[in-house]
Design a protein around this ligand. Structure first.
Ligand SMILES: Cc1cc2nc3c(=O)[nH]c(=O)nc-3n(C[C@H](O)[C@H](O)[C@H](O)COP(=O)(O)OP(=O)(O)OC[C@H]3O[C@@H](n4cnc5c(N)ncnc54)[C@H](O)[C@@H]3O)c2cc1C
Length: 321
């Protein structure tokens, strides 16, 4: 039988078969990509999309800070934008950033150029591509507030320029079709005081360290805040703080974060998330929606058993998100 990789077009970037994705995601779990493709640059990606077999599914990932990859892995081709997509350059009061650039590098480049309004990027541990897809935001800023235009490529390899209105941004969401891949973003900054910019970024770092398990294996906020509510408060009220399934646990520090405390499987984490949703609905009548993106296919192995939170799992000060 012909393997998938043999059916794929010749590229300048790299294909890897049966590629371990767990090590590239924040949760550190989940199955492999049937084929992982790291395009050399935007032209390489465009040519790949234009000439790949139509039946091959394609999924793009950033640095996996908002992603749960199921244990059975991801069929088809997973695209990771790395070298060739990470440049951040200053154009007057604007910044042009490749979709593979880390949000932190956007903030740092802006700081070095004395540009303000972009400090919030330092609070988001993803890439520019992930930020465009998720309308990422933190500490009073969202990418929708500073985006002039994004460049994207559709599943057939046609390039598009999208202004902020065409992105269809709302809370943690863009309406750009799921199969489109962002290539870059042009962002608007404003001349500011370099000392004040550095101070704001230091405040953001401190606040994150105090309120989030920033060094844990997590996917960040698991559920969106429902209109008029904070997801963490609903989860806390439903008694889920510290709840465990296998090595998956509802964070004690920020209970809208799920954590892999050791060898949790994606099934453990997803089942725990669903158990939290069930308990919150029972307790408050509100259905939480997943903010974390779940991709891939489940494995046959079931989850671990539910373990109720211990008495030590009490609310902590400073929980804000
Ligand atoms: C500790 C922690 C704190 C966090 N705090 C915040 C926060 O304050 N605010 C916030 O908004 N988020 C937060 N997050 C979530 C996450 O960092 C953001 O959603 C981020 O934008 C995801 O970027 P990523 O590169 O990791 O994308 P991934 O997690 O890899 O992917 C997320 C989605 O984006 C899509 N995607 C990725 N790249 C592209 C591309 N080039 N083109 C099209 N689609 C693409 C993927 O297909 C997937 O659907 C936090 C996460 C963690 C772990």
């Amino acid at each position: 039988m012909t393997s998938l990789i043999e059916r794929l077009p010749a590229v300048r970037g790299r294909y890897t078969e049966d590629a371990d994705l767990a090590k590239t995601t924040w949760f550190r779990c989940g199955g492999p990509a049937e084929v992982l493709f790291r395009p050399a640059d935007a032209d390489d990606l465009v040519e790949f999309l234009a000439s790949r077999p139509a039946d091959v599914p394609v999924t793009v990932i950033g640095v996996g800070s908002n992603l749960l990859i199921r244990d059975g892995g991801v069929p088809g081709v997973v695209i990771r934008l790395a070298r060739g997509f990470t440049e951040v350059s200053v154009e007057g009061e604007r910044l042009r950033a490749g979709a593979g650039a880390l949000d932190l590098n956007v903030a740092l480049t802006a700081q070095q150029a004395g540009l303000t309004d972009l400090e919030f990027f330092s609070g988001i541990p993803g890439t520019v591509g992930g930020a465009l897809r998720m309308n990422a935001g933190a500490y009073g800023g969202e990418i929708k507030d500073v985006l002039i235009e994004a460049e994207a490529v559709d599943p057939f390899g046609k390039r598009h320029r999208l202004d902020a209105a065409a992105m269809g941004f709302s809370y943690r969401r863009s309406t750009v079709p799921a199969g489109w891949i962002f290539l870059s973003a042009l962002l608007q900054g404003r001349q500011g005081d370099p000392a004040a910019i550095a101070q704001r970024m230091a405040e953001i770092r401190k606040s994150r360290e105090e309120t989030q398990p920033t060094r844990a294996r997590t996917g960040g906020s698991t559920f969106k805040n429902p209109e008029g509510h904070k997801a963490w408060q609903l989860i806390d009220k439903a008694g889920c703080r510290g709840l465990r399934i296998g090595d998956a646990m509802v964070s004690d520090k920020h209970c809208n974060f799920l954590i892999n405390t050791g060898a949790a499987t994606a099934t453990d984490i997803e089942t725990l998330g669903e158990e939290v949703r069930r308990r919150v609905f029972e307790n408050s009548g509100i259905r939480l929606d997943w903010e974390i993106r779940r991709i891939g296919v489940p494995s046959q192995r079931g989850p671990g058993a539910v373990v109720e939170a211990g008495p030590e799992a009490g609310p902590e000060a400073g929980e804000t998100a």
